[in-house]
Each structure stands twice: as structure tokens, then as C-alpha cells.
Design a protein around this ligand. Structure first.
Ligand code: SIN
Ligand code: FE2
Length: 256
């Protein structure tokens, strides 16, 4: 058996959970048969309803434990120092943040100075199931959106290895998510992301511009405080052997 987060299905056939991620439909660890919904965007894998209600509740509890150790903080825009409307925290060996010194990953919380808590096992298991990438994630950014929060169009490009996907999970109120191409001016499409949905940005979509235009307050009963939590797991550093291996995504694209 591969160890957790280091599943050996290089381009391959079977995940740590014994499922074949290349098939159109996969049976999840939550017992559901899910298919990547058609988005018309190459490299985007969208799994609406990936987490059932019980799994969402367990994840919220795990997130609350992380936040107790690593309280939400406010990132600021580089240069202007303008505060972001989204509150953030992280778990993992590295965490993403931003301030006047720029966008970056740091090993510790900007206010407490403590190392980020580890990524909960339940999240690692989800990465193993849908990332189609043979190394563990190193960072999980926790974004909390209040009713008026939004996130401008941006690329996730502070990581060293773009062959690793970004795996996103939505909890709580729905949002209007916008995604385009690799250039800021490329046409965009909007997706409504609801509680329990998973979205994987891989391959051609790994550097796609994306953002959150708005939250739809009151559309979920999951969070007592309303609002939306988004979790994004990322591989930050380049694994030692990554150049010897072909990313699973490109193998998938060759097959189709
Ligand atoms: C992000 O791009 O960091 C967050 C996206 C989201 O909230 O869905
Ligand atoms: Fe992002």
C-alpha cells in the first residue's frame, strides 16, 4: 500500500482508495458515484456534491480545530497594503499569505508565529482520491467569506510545481466562481459552487485566472455563522523526482 498522500498511481490506474480516477465516474470514499461535470474547460474537474452532508460536517469540525490553533487573519494586497475581504488561515507545512512584501508561502502564522497545524487526515484522503498526483499536498489555504467578501481574478502561481493540481472544496453558502484562461483578458465562465462541491484545477487549467464574484448568503445551513469556507490544497515545492514522472493529467489528455 502506498503511504497516505504518496500514492503511487503515476498516470495510473488505482488510487490509495483503490479506485480508478481515470474513469468518468468514480465511487468516492463517501459512497457516492460521481462524475466530473462538463464545464467545457480543459483541465477543470468539477465534482458537484462530492462531500455528503456528514462529510461536510466532519470537515467543518476539522477546520474549526485548525482555526483554534491558527486564528483567521487578514491578508493585504502587495504594494497598496489594502486589506482583503476574505479572512484566511492555513494548515500544512506551508501556508499562503500576502502583505506589502508580496504573495508567498510561509511556515508559520503571521500573528502567532507558530507553525501551521497539520493538514487533517480527512483532507489528505480527499487529495488522494481526486488530485491524480502522486505526492502529498503541503499547504491548505482556508478562506472564509462573509456575506460581502469576494476575491478578484488571479492565478495561483506561487508554487514551484504546476504539474500538481489545486484541489478546492466549498463549505457553507454558495458562491459565484469565475474562471477564464491563462491570460487575464481571456473570456471567462461562471460556475456556482455549493457546499460539498469539489473543483480540481489541473493541466491546462492549473494557471487559469479565477476568482469569486459574490457569495449567496443564506443558501446553506452548514455553518452556524453563515458565509462560505473554501479550502484549497496545494503542492508548493517540487518533489525530488517530479521531472522523472509525467503528470497524471497529461496522460489523461493523451488518452482522450
Ligand atoms: C482561491 O482562489 O484561493 C479561492 C477560490 C474559492 O474561494 O473558491
Ligand atoms: Fe486561487
Amino acid at each position: 500500500m502506498p503511504t497516505r498522500g504518496e500514492s503511487s498511481d503515476i498516470g495510473g490506474t488505482v488510487t490509495a482508495t483503490g479506485k480508478n480516477p481515470m474513469k468518468a465516474a468514480i465511487e468516492t470514499q463517501f459512497g457516492a458515484q460521481i462524475s466530473a461535470a462538463g464545464t467545457g474547460l480543459p483541465g477543470v474537474r468539477f465534482y458537484p456534491g462530492y462531500l455528503d452532508r456528514a462529510a461536510q460536517e466532519r470537515l467543518v469540525e476539522a477546520v474549526r480545530q485548525v482555526l483554534a490553533a491558527a486564528p483567521p487573519f487578514t491578508s493585504r494586497m502587495p504594494k497598496s497594503g489594502r486589506p482583503m475581504s476574505v479572512r484566511m488561515s492555513n494548515c500544512g507545512s506551508l501556508g499562503w499569505l500576502s502583505d506589502e512584501r508580496g504573495y508567498r508561502y510561509e511556515p508559520s502564522h503571521p500573528e502567532t508565529g507558530r507553525a501551521w497545524p497539520p493538514i487533517p487526515d480527512a483532507l489528505i484522503a480527499i487529495w488522494d482520491e481526486i488530485a491524480q498526483y502522486p505526492h502529498a499536498p503541503e499547504a491548505c489555504l482556508i478562506n472564509y467569506y462573509g456575506p460581502d467578501a469576494k476575491m478578484g481574478l488571479h492565478q495561483d502561481r506561487d508554487e514551484q510545481d504546476f504539474s500538481a493540481p489545486v484541489v478546492s472544496l466549498s463549505l457553507g453558502d454558495s458562491c459565484l466562481f469565475r474562471i477564464g484562461g491563462q491570460k487575464r483578458g481571456d473570456p471567462t465562465r461562471s460556475l456556482r459552487l455549493s457546499s460539498g462541491d469539489a473543483l480540481v484545477l489541473a493541466g491546462e487549467a492549473r494557471l487559469a485566472f479565477h476568482g469569486v464574484d459574490r457569495i449567496y448568503p443564506g443558501t446553506s445551513t452548514l455553518l452556524a455563522e453563515n458565509g462560505r469556507i473554501n479550502l484549497t490544497m496545494r503542492r508548493v515545492t517540487r518533489p525530488a523526482d517530479s521531472r522523472l514522472r509525467r503528470p497524471a493529467e497529461s496522460l489523461q489528455e493523451q488518452r482522450s
